[in-house]
Ligand binder design. Structure first.
Ligand code: PEP
Ligand code: MG
Length: 807
């Protein structure tokens, strides 16, 4: 049966074969035939899902062609002329010549013969004289984060006859050198001559309907259902976003169809009689009809489930239904990596937790504000004056934390509070410190300070927002001990165009987190230094003749972070304490007003130029100068929080100037965009700053009128609300018009991956996330960016939401 080449010898060396049948391939052969071919091989050789028959030319065949014909040298000299990849005329002319050089060359005769024999064998298998086949490229550029970018993704359909197949294999080779592919590799710093291409030659499926399916919801990671999208005709129009397909959802557990959304389709791509493809209108009677029958949907879902079970991770698949016999074929299957990895880690943690918590008594529930588990003795603190009694390793139980609680919070195994939402003090600080934390127990049943007794042993499962009685961590510690070896694997991270910064205010954590793959610090909250190191009110220190205490301590904190992160930039945010928080510092009572609503009161910029406070602000500026000039850490930049008016912004910038801090190429001044006025008047604020960092916590509060600390309305506090997203989009547009950059440093990007995706789609320049979200965000953003580049280069816009986001 496999007589013409690479016979199925048990010990054959696959890497020296020109061609391999799918039956001979497995997923580990990715170096030999690329991702697409090896995946088709894996499904054919290891599962019983229906995959159209076929074979793949190997990377060895590609190199043989390039070397035997002298193409390598020729291509090298053409590529040397590409001195500026941004020059699209030059790029295009270089690529035309590269592709021409490939197409001009005859393939070596023995390679041609091998392809010819394989095609004949395929004909024999299919019982046809000259069957129609699809020829697709399958790149083997291992170093690229997404190898599909190495070669064009175009597929040649309806290829007919051995000569045509040989020509199309060469066209696949040439398609590695489209403008798009060359541009992408240049940007990734990848050597054009070290990639190799495999071509898949596969029985053609004449799809009357086709589409894609996923075993995870890629927008939010929900893996309970199979998502299927389908449209009439060949699948290219679904994959390319040219039609809006129907979408169907099938539950994995019960294999039940749980949702059907039919979308009107007016055109489809079909095969022309005798070859090639063409677009035709969908018959009027079918346009509004469900494209697939329920039985077909369930059959597809069954294959999806099998494929996922075989690969052991979420999958992204293409399928088609043949018009000749109505048979369903799986055309492609790729592992989905981002959610697979994230949910696996989460599941491991949950399994360990569930194992150890089985049968345990639930004491309380609340909002899971900072993930992880902590065990210890509960220590209930009702009055802040008792805070010094809190001991290392205990569980801090309180009504709500405040900045002066930070030293105690750092000692805690876990934190549980009565009130608060996802952006309250306890949530933000514990997430930054990496301490498990549950907030808002009161609005979910009972207050922690009422239910938990001092000295009682408890386990806090903050990933799920549950407090259990007793020590349930013993078993978990044993279970966790096993996979220690796995840590030896070096994790790699893609380069992203959108910079991924980290939120880090506590200088004592700078060394620990400096090795994370972030591009710098996007938000260093100065308040950490006040509560951990200074403890005294700045005006009190000025009054008592010790302003140097402020400058020294602040400068030391800034230095630690700037030094640990250098040469990456660090954005220090000047102090944004509220009056109630300043009052808690020693001597604060004398200087701080009692305000009805401190969150909306004397905070941020309004203090900096106020004659009652400006002397204290000047100390902050002096500390920045000290670090930049005396310690030479020029990577330290600053940010102004809570700035209500353009006039305030101008005043603060001019005080900095008076203190010797001049905005320029080497020193950036950012504005927190966290009051709707910042966005509505961005065209006016632009002149005073280098750009913005969106404070989504305050911005959501002020856009929706939802007190961020009030757990009673925490269900209404949602950064994903259209009003907030519109504001973000608008700011990016207005800032970019004047060459100003936009970042985001509120919790939204750390908590909601779909919000981070929206930010990338909106063209944000960077985002700053909590330390525990850096790795995931980096990878996810890379994936979103690749999709956007692909859409742009192919002219396919997929931003379905653009219209509703228009202001
Ligand atoms: C914000 O408002 O989103 C922000 C980052 O600042 P803070 O949470 O410190 O007010
Ligand atoms: Mg804020």
């Amino acid at each position: 049966m496999f007589s013409s080449f690479a016979e199925k010898e048990p010990n054959m060396d696959k890497s020296n074969a020109y061609l391999l049948w799918f039956e001979q391939l497995e997923r580990k052969d990715v170096d030999i035939v690329g991702g697409k071919s090896s995946s088709l091989g894996e499904m054919t050789s290891k599962t019983d899902v229906p995959v159209p028959y076929g074979f793949a030319t190997t990377a060895h065949a590609y190199r043989y062609f390039i070397d035997q014909t002298g193409l390598r040298e020729k291509m090298r000299s053409i590529l040397a002329e590409l001195t500026d990849v941004e020059n699209s005329e030059l790029l295009s002319s270089v690529c035309v010549r590269l592709r021409g050089a490939i197409m001009e060359q005859e393939m070596p005769q023995d390679l041609q013969d091998a392809i010819r024999r394989a095609y004949e064998e395929l004909a024999h298998k299919m019982n046809e004289d000259e069957p129609y086949v699809a020829v697709r490229s399958s790149a083997t550029a291992e170093d690229l984060p997404d190898a599909s970018f190495a070669g064009q993704q175009d597929t040649y359909l309806n290829v007919h006859g051995a000569d045509q197949v040989i020509r199309k294999v060469k066209e696949c080779y040439a398609s590695c050198f489209t403008d798009r592919a060359v541009y992408y590799r240049e940007k990734q710093g990848y050597d054009h001559l070290s990639l190799a291409l495999s071509a898949v030659v596969q029985m053609m499926v004449f799809s009357k309907a086709a589409g894609v399916m996923f075993t995870v919801n890629v927008a939010n990671g929900d893996d309970k259902n199979i998502m299927i999208e389908g449209a009439y005709g060949l699948g290219e129009y679904v994959v390319g976003g040219i039609v809006t397909p129907d979408s169907y959802v099938v539950s994995k557990d019960e294999m039940k169809l749980i949702s059907v959304s039919v979308n009107e389709q007016d055109k489809m791509l079909i095969r022309k009689p005798g070859g090639d493809t063409m677009e035709v209108p969908v018959p009027e009677a079918d346009r509004r009809k469900q494209t697939l029958t329920n039985a077909q949907i369930l059959e597809l879902a069954g294959y999806a489930k099998k494929i996922e079970a075989h690969y052991g991770c979420y999958m992204d698949m293409e399928w088609g239904i043949d018009e000749r016999d109505g048979k369903i074929w799986i055309l492609q299957a790729r592992p989905e990596t981002v959610w697979s990895r994230r949910n696996k880690e989460k599941k491991n943690e949950e399994e360990q937790t569930a194992g150890s918590m089985e049968g345990a008594k639930v004491l309380l529930k609340g909002l899971p504000a900072s993930p992880g588990q902590g065990y210890g003795k509960a220590h209930v603190i009702r009055d802040p004056k008792d805070i010094d009694e809190f001991k290392d390793g205990e569980i801090l139980v309180t009504e709500m934390t405040a900045p002066d609680w930070v030293p105690a919070m750092k000692k805690a195994q876990a934190i549980v509070t009565d009130s608060g939402g996802m952006t309250c003090h306890a949530s933000i600080v514990s997430r930054e410190l990496g301490i498990p934390c549950i907030v808002g127990t009161k609005s979910r049943g009972e207050a922690a300070t009422e239910v938990l007794k001092g000295g009682e042993e408890i386990t806090v499962d903050a990933s799920n927002g549950v407090v259990f009685a007793g020590n349930l961590q013993v078993k978990k510690a044993e279970a966790a001990a096993a996979p220690a070896q796995a840590a030896a694997v070096v994790e790699t991270f893609p380069v992203t165009g959108t910079k991924i910064y980290m939120n880090l205010g506590d200088p004592s954590l700078a060394d620990k987190y400096a090795s994370l793959p972030c591009d710098g610090i996007g938000l260093m909250r100065e308040e950490f230094i006040w509560t951990t190191y200074i403890h005294e009110h700045p005006l009190y220190l000025l009054k008592t003749g010790h302003p140097e205490k402020v400058v020294e301590a602040l400068a030391e904190g800034f230095r630690k972070v700037a030094q640990a992160m250098a040469p990456r930039p660090v954005t220090l945010r000047f102090s944004d304490f509220k009056s109630s928080e300043y009052r808690d510092l020693k001597g604060g009572e004398e200087f701080e007003p009692h305000e009805p609503s401190a969150l909306l009161g004397w905070r941020g910029a309004s203090r900096y130029y106020d004659p009652k406070y400006t002397a204290a602000f000047r100390l902050e500026v002096q500390a920045v100068r000290k670090v930049r000039e005396e310690y030479g850490l020029k990577n330290l930049n600053v940010m102004i929080p809570f700035c209500r008016t353009v006039d305030e912004c101008a005043k603060v910038v001019s005080i900095m100037e008076e203190e010797g801090l001049h905005r320029g190429p080497d020193f950036k001044v950012w504005l927190m965009a966290e009051i709707p006025a910042n966005i509505i008047l961005a065209d006016k604020f632009n002149q005073y700053v280098d750009g913005y960092s969106i404070g989504s916590n305050d911005l959501t509060m002020l856009t929706l009128g939802c007190d961020r600390d009030n757990d009673v309305i925490s269900h209404l506090f949602d950064e994903r609300n259209l009003a907030v997203r519109r504001a973000v989009r608008h700011l990016i547009e207005v800032a970019h018009r004047d060459g100003k950059t936009v970042s985001l440093c509120g919790q939204a990007a750390s908590v909601y991956p779909e919000f981070a995706e929206f930010l990338v789609e909106s063209g944000i320049d960077s985002m700053s996330v909590n330390p525990d979200a850096v790795k995931f965000t980096k990878k996810m953003v890379a994936q979103v960016e690749q999709r956007i580049i692909l859409d742009k280069l192919t002219g396919r816009g997929r931003n379905k939401n653009d219209e509703e986001l228009a202001w």
